[in-house]
Design a protein around this ligand. Sequence first.
Ligand code: CTP
Ligand code: MG
Length: 230
Amino acid sequence: MILAAGSGTRMGGEIPKQFLPILGVPVLIRSVRAFDRCHSIDEIVIVTRESDIQTVEALCQEYGVSPKLKRVIAGGATRQKSAFLGVEAASKNCRFVAIHDAARCLITPEIVVSVLKEAYRHRAATAVYPIPDTVKRVDRRGRIKETLDRNELVAAATPQAFDRDYYIAVAAYAEKKETAVTDDNALFEAVGQTVYTVDCGGDNFKITTPGDLVRAEAALRARGEKETGK
Ligand code: CTP
Ligand code: MG
């Protein structure tokens, strides 16, 4: 599932961030390509805003996305809802799902494989990366209360991969209990289930603010990519 149904408030601007070009290729297409090129992926579902469905279909055609792309569907008001709708839309015989933020467009097929492998073993796994900063807990007035142990902290990234039936059961239960979460792992935490982690490296950051566009282009150039337009 490639989640692209957000409106990119923190990015600002007219065009939603999933359609902005990074070295000439839209953010969404970069994410879709990594899954398209990944041999562990059989089918792709893109979740987008209802009004963007046609735009997404046209982009996928323009950039030559393969027949692995099964459906482009409308998402929900929250990421949680969009993820659930995407997982439900997968083919019946699909046993494992990987949920990915379209905005993490520096994702590679290798990372997808390593997260899936961990999910095959443990039913639930997620990409994470180490936090370079020392993180403090502060009170409401901004006074430091404690320094968190950096060895125990990671940033949650995507893909997050799950046994599909297990995910649907957990997500449905969390919804019934009205548990609101910002990532799919938190659903599992909320019901006391374990999610395993895979270090994907800090390059798999999420495009959130305008500065991230520059950072993403720099990271791609460091990988040897040039401005292409296709
Ligand atoms: N997303 C989604 N459905 C939503 C909200 C978010 O599919 N209702 C997707 C976004 O398109 C993005 C990913 O989830 O690829 C991570 O969300 P985020 O980075 O927060 O994107 P936006 O919600 O678009 O940005 P913002 O929070 O700044 O508005
Ligand atoms: Mg958001």
